[in-house]
Write a protein that binds this ligand. Sequence first.
Ligand code: ZN
Ligand code: ZN
Length: 141
Amino acid sequence: MSYKYSGKCLCGNITYVVDSQPIIVAQCHCTECQRLSGTGHSVGAMFLACTVTLSGKLSEFKYSSSQGSEVTKVFCANCGSPIYGKNSRMPDHLTLTLGTMEDTSKLNVEVVIFERDKQHWEQFGQEVVAFATQPDWKPED
Ligand SMILES: [Zn+2]
Ligand SMILES: [Zn+2]
């Protein structure tokens, strides 16, 4: 059986396969996604939950959204990689983090949400100095 998408966390404890196409791919700048990712945004692909099969030991954290629904964020219990999120408003769906997915070459961000919370240091589509890998740089002492 071949699956459409697969993924894993940083340590490899969590693996998943998906047998459907995403309903939508969204980039979110909300403050919760900033805390969760430790960066300026998250990128996730929403799928029908029944088409996603996960294995490995997960850990989760729940909070209330500004709209009053319950949001659950699910992580690898070992390395802490964010794996997926779900919202009680859409109990049949879950949103997998795009960074944990194996081959995302055919996926594109279709919508940006909570742009009002975007940090000024998030730079998209602007001229920035880019490195192919990590530059050889040390903080000056
Ligand atoms: Zn892990
Ligand atoms: Zn968010």
